[in-house]
Design a protein around this ligand. Structure first.
Ligand SMILES: Nc1ncnc2c1ncn2[C@@H]1O[C@H](COP(=O)(O)OP(=O)(O)OP(=O)(O)O)[C@@H](O)[C@H]1O
Ligand SMILES: [Mg+2]
Length: 606
């Protein structure tokens, strides 16, 4: 992963470049016509709005010079109503077309981000908190949506309406216009200053909101821990404090909003005062008509909004671009593990695995977690891997499952170098039960059929039986439809592990890797599972990692891993005779009744 594209120290993605607008190009192209239609409707609204003062002028002038009749006045009224109707219809269309465009952009961009995130690897998610990623998908996308929707509308409106109203005012009286617009730059300046302040404070509100949601998420997902350590009250107090900050930040925003309207109203009224003084004189002198005077005031009103909008729009675009470049930074993050240029898809069906001098270090670390590992697994046989905690067993499984890149040494599946074939080719051949069981807060049935969504109930049940979990599921009130709560909170550790095994068995793949998948079940259940999956494993290549000897004792071959190196290799019998370490674990686990179930010796003997 490239440095600097990830997360800054504050946990947010850095970026602030107008170049990122390129990310939106396809959407502008795709929806160009509807945008054009939206702008046409917007122009129509503005034109009608600009015409209304002309009609009022006509009516007032008629009143002043005594030509007005009830008929003429009603006709003017009808015109105004028709124009208002036309404006209402056109408003409907521009909202539909332009705001609809911004919503589409938001959704399409969100979909792209989501697909991209799914392709990224564990390393990315270790560096970036869920909160930071969620902020991109919520706050930043919202800022882009606002800029591409209301931002575009306000910009267009400010420029078009502002200039047109200014033009009409000039047409009525140039000097009066210059006097009337004198305070306008001040208005634009103030709204822009207040808007950028508002932006800063608004950001604080959003950040605090992320802090709150992340706190709720992490507390709920670790609720057992919170309870076990009696931290409910403490967490409650921390939450209340965060809430306090959130309120203070929100009040900060409200203060600016509170200042924005009165201040701009004051300046606009200052303009009005100038128009009343100077424009009134022009009417008295007969330079302009009373109708002109009324129309002038209407145009001045129409100009006030664009002047305010200029400051607002500038801020809106700035924010949209900042957010967009953060999104772009995310889109540029490449997974550290990706298909090579010439990677081909090949079917891997036999399940022969060969490692040649395989070494591995985690990025940025010099220490070798695996160091020159060599072995070969004959297709259809079972390989056991034992080793102390931290000896590199999970790392080895992740390399085999193509979740970590093979950079040093070589790994072959059915004779194909993994770096020459597509990652999916390998992953599709493997059913992997990882050490930390991952379950979705959905039903048990859903969790078992995660990798095989089309599997019928009978197949799911068969897999569950093989994993020795069916009876327990059947005893639950809703059976396979039982919802398991956040991360499987309603299940025991052993139940979660067996659901994960059932999920892997259901996949029906030629290779199965079980990383310490039986650590949380008692010896009796362990025996039951080993017995029931034995027939399933026949003909498949199987790798079983275990802290205990029992699950691997019947394996065709066992390797003992020590500090990333193979320290012993052979059958159970051979290792007992030849490998002191293996023999000592075996003796510990069988000599003291019940002792073996803890796997203490492999955990470092403490
Ligand atoms: N993502 C990671 N980044 C950096 N170091 C890591 C990472 N994952 C594991 N390690 C380190 O690699 C070493 C081997 O870890 P690994 O999880 O492979 O051990 P293990 O044999 O599976 O242990 P256990 O029996 O406890 O499951 C450990 O020292 C661990 O701290
Ligand atoms: Mg492990």
């Amino acid at each position: 992963m490239e440095k600097g594209l990830g997360v800054s120290s504050t946990g947010s993605f850095a970026g602030n470049s107008w170049g990122s607008i390129g990310l939106l190009r396809p959407y502008f192209k795709r929806y160009g016509w509807s945008l054009a239609g939206g702008f046409a409707a917007l122009v129509l609204v503005d034109l009608l709005q600009l015409l209304i003062p002309r009609i009022i002028k006509y009516a007032v002038d008629a009143l002043q010079n005594g030509h007005a009749t009830p008929h003429l006045l009603s006709r003017c009224g009808v015109y105004i109503i028709l124009m208002a109707l036309g404006m209402a219809c056109s408003r409907f269309f521009w909202r539909q077309l332009i705001l609809g465009f911004s919503r589409r952009v938001e959704t399409l961009l969100r979909n792209r981000m989501f697909s991209h995130l799914l392709g990224l690897d564990k390393e990315f998610f270790q560096k970036n908190t869920p909160g930071a990623v969620m902020a991109l998908a919520t706050n930043d996308l919202a800022a882009v949506q606002l800029a591409t929707g209301m931002g575009i509308v306000a910009l267009f409106d400010a420029v078009f309406m502002g200039l047109a109203a200014f033009g009409f005012m000039l047409y009525i009286d140039p000097r009066l216009t210059l006097i009337a617009v004198l305070p306008m730059p001040l208005l634009a300046f103030l709204t822009s200053t207040l808007s950028s302040r508002l932006h800063g404070r608004f950001k604080k509100v959003q950040e605090q909101f992320s802090v709150l949601t992340e706190f709720v998420r992490s507390t709920i997902s670790s609720i057992r821990l919170v309870k076990a350590y009696n931290q409910e009250e403490h967490q409650g107090r921390r939450f209340a404090q965060m809430g306090e900050t959130y309120v203070r930040n929100n009040i900060g925003v409200a203060l600016i909003y509170g200042a924005l309207l009165p201040v701009s109203g004051f300046i606009a009224n200052g303009s009005m005062l100038l128009v009343l003084i100077f424009g009134g004189r022009l009417v008295i002198r007969g330079t302009i008509t009373a109708g002109d005077f009324v129309a002038f005031i209407s145009y001045l009103f129409l100009m006030t909004w664009p002047m305010m909008a200029i400051g607002w729009v500038a801020d809106l675009f700035q924010r949209g671009v900042t957010s967009l470049s953060r999104i772009e930074a995310l889109m540029k993050v490449k997974p550290s593990l990706a298909d090579g240029e010439n990677a081909v898809s090949v079917p891997i069906g036999r399940g022969q695995i060969r490692l040649e001098n395989l070494s591995f270090s985690y990025p940025g670390q010099a220490r070798r977690i695996l160091d020159g590992v060599d072995f070969e697994i004959v297709p259809g046989t079972v390989l056991g891997i034992v080793g102390r905690t931290g000896s590199g067993k999970t790392t080895l499984c992740n390399l085999l499952a193509r979740l970590l890149p093979v950079d040093s040494g070589r790994l072959f599946y059915d004779g194909h170098d993994v770096n020459a074939v597509s990652i999916d080719s390998v992953r599709n051949a493997i059913a992997y039960v990882s050490q930390d069981v991952m379950l979705f807060s959905d039903t048990i049935g859903f969790n078992i059929s995660l990798g095989s969504p089309d599997a019928g109930g009978d197949k799911i049940e068969k897999a569950a039986r093989a994993a020795a979990i069916h009876d327990e599921i059947a005893a639950m009130p809703q059976g396979y439809a039982t919802r398991i709560g956040e991360k499987g909170i309603k299940l025991s550790g052993g139940q979660r592990q067996r659901i994960a095994i059932a999920r892997a068995l259901l996949l029906d793949r030629p290779i199965i890797i079980i990383d310490d998948g039986l650590s949380a079940v008692d010896m009796e259940t362990e025996h039951a599972i080993i017995g029931s999956i034995a027939s399933y494993l026949q003909g498949r290549t199987c790798i079983i990692v275990s802290h205990r000897i029992a699950p691997v004792a019947d394996a065709d071959r066992i390797i003992v891993l020590e500090e990333g190196r193979i320290a012993g290799e052979g059958s159970h019998r051979e290792l007992i005779e030849q490998n002191a370490f293996y023999a000592s674990i075996f003796n510990h686990q069988t000599a003291v009744p019940g002792f073996g179930t803890t796997g203490d010796v492999l955990n470092g003997g403490n």
